[in-house]
Ligand binder design. Structure first.
Ligand SMILES: [Zn+2]
Length: 426
């Protein structure tokens, strides 16, 4: 699917140059940009393209499925002619195949060169799509279709698959839904589905929208308290609670004691309102929450075999337990709505924590005999961060909202980027 026959490759790159020396000639593509660094995982970047072997050229142009470590790569802010996006490609599953072909139809610009690559953790196959200037001379202006994300043909209430095992129900027009999955191998996955009444249903990847950085710079990651990057959990859409975040706890299925669990989740819920941080940054947050006691209502997050999915909002913010696919620690789903202002209103957030295949510790300190156990307080702080509207920060920066988790650690205090994110929203 998605072959592109009408693109003159000579317009895309200069064969006499290496990637490091500006071989890619599409406007907006710089030799030291993150997009070029992605190629470094599959082809040499210091060799002129003309000197590529046939295999390398094939990889460069059409690439095979693979995993590319992007730990040090961040996306710059501001518009680019070239955008990365990803989609499931597994043709064995009709939903995914349909998603892919519809996506291509949905792109506004004529030239598309799909490079099949795996860009990030737990994403089986990714397309790096180069939206060429060919046939798309004018950059999108406000009011035109957003250039981020992938347009999919889907209707409200339809369950769509985003990546292997991650599904969401498409929200009503004007609403968004976000799903975040934390795995026990250090990885996370996150996606936002926007039902834009003007432009259709769009899938975005929030961690491609880093904020808080000077233009053109990447997160420094020199230390937890010097990195200032943050992101919104709904990607390009800023959304927050406009009233108090009232949440309930469901103890059913818990592998830990009730009081210990409630205290751990309260700890997580308080981090944003208190801006609890390691960097001596003052508390300037207006965010508020209230623990409203136990409930019998389950978190609005389903599991079906090896799939997890966000259902429709039910009006209750529930933190609770339930089986999750192997290797999955926790899932947060949240929903936001266009209420007519530039900042959308978060309307619900649910969290489901895994009861199986692992064990948690519930105190502040890492137990002496810890092996493979995760801090419930730390994971809850991270998941509640999403519930309040924070997206991921780069892992290397050691923020609470970093896109990874490690066993036998207790990262419960925000870093600079985390706090800046909270201050931006609240
Ligand atoms: Zn996360």
């Amino acid at each position: 699917m998605g072959t592109v026959s009408d693109v003159d490759l000579a317009e895309l790159f200069d064969r006499s140059k290496s990637l490091d020396h500006g071989a890619i000639t599409v406007p907006g593509y710089t030799a030291d940009g993150w997009q070029v660094r992605i190629f470094g995982a599959v082809v040499p970047t210091d060799v002129p393209i003309a000197d590529f072997s046939d295999e390398q050229l094939q990889e460069f142009l059409y690439g095979g499925a693979r995993k590319v470590k992007l730990d040090e790569i961040t996306t710059p802010g501001g518009p680019n002619v070239l955008r990365s996006s990803r989609a499931a490609k597994d043709l064995r599953q009709p939903t995914k195949a349909a998603l892919g072909s519809r996506m291509l139809q949905g792109r506004a610009c004529a030239g598309l060169l799909p490079l099949e690559m795996t860009l990030r953790r737990r994403v089986p196959v990714t397309w790096l799509i180069l939206a060429l200037s060919t046939g798309c001379d004018e950059p999108p202006s406000p009011g035109e279709a957003p250039e981020d994300g992938e347009i999919v043909e889907a209707v409200a209430g339809e369950l769509i698959e985003l990546e292997d095992g991650i599904q969401v129900e498409v929200p009503p027009p004007g609403d968004l839904v976000m799903i975040e999955v934390m795995y026990d191998d250090g990885n996370t996955a996150i996606a936002t589905i926007v039902n834009d009444p003007d432009h259709g249903v769009r899938v975005e990847h929030p961690d491609e929208h880093l904020l808080g950085l000077p233009p053109g710079t990447a997160a420094s990651c020199a230390s937890k308290c010097s990195d200032s990057a943050y992101s919104y959990v709904f990607g390009s859409t800023r959304a927050k609670w406009k009233s108090r975040l009232n949440w309930h706890y469901r103890h059913g299925g818990s592998p830990v004691g009730k009081n210990a669990a409630i205290n751990a989740f309260k700890h997580g819920a308080q981090a944003v309102p208190k801006q609890r941080n390691s960097c001596s940054m003052s508390d300037q947050s207006n965010a508020t929450h209230r623990y409203e006691g136990e409930t019998s209502t389950r978190p609005n997050i389903g599991k079906d075999g090896s799939n997890v999915f966000c259902k429709s909002p039910d009006g209750e913010n529930v933190v609770g337990w339930g089986g999750l696919p192997d290797g999955t620690l926790a899932v947060t789903c949240s929903w936001a709505s266009d209420d007519g202002s530039s900042t959308y209103r978060i309307i619900e957030a649910d969290q489901r924590y895994d009861t199986s295949n692992r064990s948690w510790f519930t105190g502040n300190a890492v137990p002496n005999d810890c092996s493979g156990r995760f801090s419930l307080r730390a994971v809850a702080t991270h998941e509640f961060g999403h519930a309040y509207g924070l997206g991921h920060t780069p892992n290397a920066c050691k923020q609470v909202m970093a896109d990874s988790a490690s066993a036998c650690t207790s990262r419960r205090k925000f870093g600079r980027g985390d706090v800046r994110g909270v201050r931006d929203l609240y």
